[in-house]
Design a protein around this ligand. Structure first.
Ligand SMILES: Cc1cc2nc3c(=O)[nH]c(=O)nc-3n(C[C@H](O)[C@H](O)[C@H](O)COP(=O)(O)O)c2cc1C
Length: 200
């Protein structure tokens, strides 16, 4: 399968997160990996999105690879998604997943953000891998990455993906209605009270 790795770390080739994608590329040689350093080159793609568009069209699986920075995906990835959406390239029906590294602080929020944007783009979402920044250095972390990838390929081959949560039906707005009948106001009585108050 053609796997497009969108490396959104501003560190480019020196990204810790990217190492997981490269590790998988080395392990699963039957698949073709293409890496775009979108994090470092976002200014270039702002001027010309054509290389990203082409890579997206040629991909079977779009793999977002990014670190969690300040509770969310790096701004370069936010911008890239904006550019893809405004370009209007049709990538619906393709598979999408994500790999992150972080200290697991708000990684869930970042994953949700990417998944929801994938739904917007009509992509078939497969749950991603949220690794700790040191995971690839341990055997356990390497196994988790390997299992994630095997699961990813199995899901693609069997067309298993996450569907967007259904939008709840709009409920009728509840409006406050007084339960007791309104009593008639006596204008004179009202003025009188006012007068009394001032004097008191
Ligand atoms: C400025 C900055 C902000 C970060 N914010 C978070 C965060 O909010 N949550 C978290 O779990 N890790 C956070 N981290 C840790 C990174 O996600 C982690 O170091 C990651 O592996 C870096 O990946 P990269 O080398 O691919 O850019 C932050 C790191 C930096 C430098």
């Amino acid at each position: 399968m053609n796997i497009l790795v969108l490396n959104a770390s501003p560190k480019g080739k020196n990204s810790t997160t990217l190492q997981t994608a490269l590790y998988l590329e080395a392990l699963f040689t039957e698949h073709k990996f293409t890496v775009l350093n979108v994090g470092q080159k976002i200014k270039v793609y702002e001027k010309d999105i054509q290389p990203v568009r082409e890579a997206l069209i040629n991909a079977d699986i779009i793999m977002f690879s990014y670190p969690v920075y300040t509770f969310i995906a790096p701004y370069q990835l936010h911008r890239l998604i904006e550019l893809i959406k405004s370009d209007g390239v049709d990538i619906s029906g393709k598979f999408a997943t994500q790999i992150t590294t972080s200290k697991h602080f708000y990684d869930v929020t970042a994953h949700k953000y990417i998944e929801e944007n994938c739904f917007d783009l009509g992509l078939k979402v497969i749950r991603g891998l949220s690794a700790d920044m040191d995971d690839l250095l341990t055997e356990k972390g390497q196994n988790e990455a390997k299992m994630f990838f095997e699961q990813l390929i199995f899901s693609c081959e069997n067309n298993i993906f996450v569907t967007p949560p259904s939008v709840p039906e709009k409920k009728e707005k509840s409006i406050y209605r007084p339960s007791l009948p309104e009593s008639k106001k006596n204008k004179r009585q009202g003025r009188g009270n006012c007068y009394k108050l001032r004097r008191g």
